[in-house]
Design a protein around this ligand. Structure first.
Ligand SMILES: Cc1cc2nc3c(=O)[nH]c(=O)nc-3n(C[C@H](O)[C@H](O)[C@H](O)COP(=O)(O)OP(=O)(O)OC[C@H]3O[C@@H](n4cnc5c(N)ncnc54)[C@H](O)[C@@H]3O)c2cc1C
Ligand code: FES
Length: 337
């Protein structure tokens, strides 16, 4: 049985069948409901339940606190309607996106090994168009004969080629194909842009960016776009990896840091979450640590454990949840079926 859900900002009503979440159905209907991880980890889909009842699937404390739940807030990616409902996503973000989601036929024009298990893939759109997107967004990418998966654009918007960094997950349906069989000339379908973890261009304050493994892809796009915007605000990039051989593009970012004095590149932090910022030492006093991140925005991408740990740490350092934008690299359960 389907429930009728009114989405206030979109001024539309959608059907959400039993067992589906509000976000799943909204995205299937093709409109830009704010979201990130789709797994209850980032808080990007936080919404107000205006009427009706929902059941909430498990989520982290960071993405929705008990207080927020008590105040009638829900996560659209975790909310399964129990009755007809009305919801509104939170409008605190001054920059909601309304870029059209389109499907492009592309071809592989280059494949490079970035590390022992990450490949850099470049795609060109057959019609010669460019994909309009915001730095940090991702696309649903379909390689021949394997399931569609989400991959983040690593290039700056407006470039002729799309760049992706794809890590081989052993036994993974799609990344194994990319690691073993993908060839230059193969056809690839790209649907996008998607995601709300994009560079906020109206924010002119300092940026803290954190990447784990192939999470460097969207962070590279964000950092490069922010650097070329003409603003001289501080940008800190932390690139974490399990071992030295999991790091890549180190020379590229060292060069950017020496070209742009406002970029600080730190690597790696060996899987540890951030405790203090460079040049902003804390004396351990909670109040002073909290002031450190006033006016900052954080962008993060990488494996779930890293995002969870870093999110908690950034909140403890005083960053507001709405100033943290995160993409969690995993395959949503529905896509695994
Ligand atoms: C918004 C978003 C953006 C993403 N961007 C990128 C990107 O730019 N680069 C990139 O490499 N990946 C990215 N991912 C992850 C990507 O979509 C796939 O989840 C990943 O490539 C694994 O797909 P697969 O088909 O190879 O493995 P699957 O067949 O989906 O998974 C096989 C098994 O591995 C587990 N698994 C899935 N992902 C991982 C993982 N990362 N580490 C360990 N185990 C895992 C699954 O739970 C499953 O049990 C992104 C994910 C999201 C949600
Ligand atoms: S918590 Fe819902 S999209 Fe991340």
């Amino acid at each position: 049985m389907a429930r009728r859900i009114e989405i206030r900002q979109a001024a539309r009503t959608i059907d959400v069948p039993d067992g589906r979440t509000i976000l799943e159905s909204a995205l299937e209907e093709g409109f830009a409901y704010p979201h990130g991880c789709r797994s209850g980890r980032c808080g990007s889909c936080k919404s107000r339940l205006l009427s009706g009842e929902v059941g909430l699937l498990p989520h982290t404390r960071f993405s929705l606190t008990d207080d927020e739940r008590a105040q009638g807030l829900i996560l659209a990616c975790r909310a399964q309607p129990l009755t007809d409902c009305a919801v509104a996503w939170l409008d605190e973000d001054e920059e909601q996106l309304d870029l059209p989601v389109r499907t492009f036929r592309t071809r592989v024009v280059a494949i490079d090994d970035a590390t022992h298990d990450i490949r850099q893939i470049r795609l060109e759109i057959e019609t010669g168009e460019t994909v309009t997107f915001k730095a940090g967004q991702y696309a649903q990418v379909t390689f021949d004969g394997v399931p569609a998966r989400d991959y983040s654009m690593a290039n700056r918007p407006g470039r002729a080629q799309l760049e992706f960094h794809i890590r081989h997950v052993p036994g993974g349906a799609t990344s194994e194909h990319i690691a073993r069989s993908l060839k230059v000339g193969d056809e690839v379908t790209v649907r996008g842009p998607l995601g709300s973890s994009f560079l906020r261009e109206q924010h002119t304050g300092p940026i803290l960016s954190v990447a784990g493994g192939s999470g460097l892809a969207p962070i590279k796009s964000i950092v490069e776009t922010a650097l070329t915007s003409g603003l001289r605000r501080p940008i800190h990039l932390y690139f974490g990896a399990r071992t030295e051989r999991d790091l890549y593009l180190i020379e590229h970012f060292n060069l950017l840091a020496s070209t742009y004095g406002n970029l600080t590149f730190t690597r790696p932090f060996q899987g540890q979450p951030i405790r203090t910022l460079p040049n902003r030492p804390s004396n351990g006093c909670d109040r002073e640590r909290r002031q450190n991140l006033d006016g900052w925005r954080a962008y993060m991408a990488g494996p779930p454990a890293m995002i969870d740990a870093s999110s908690i740490m950034l909140r403890e350092l005083g960053l507001r949840a709405e100033d943290i934008h995160a993409d969690v690299f995993f395959t949503p359960e529905k896509a695994l079926i």
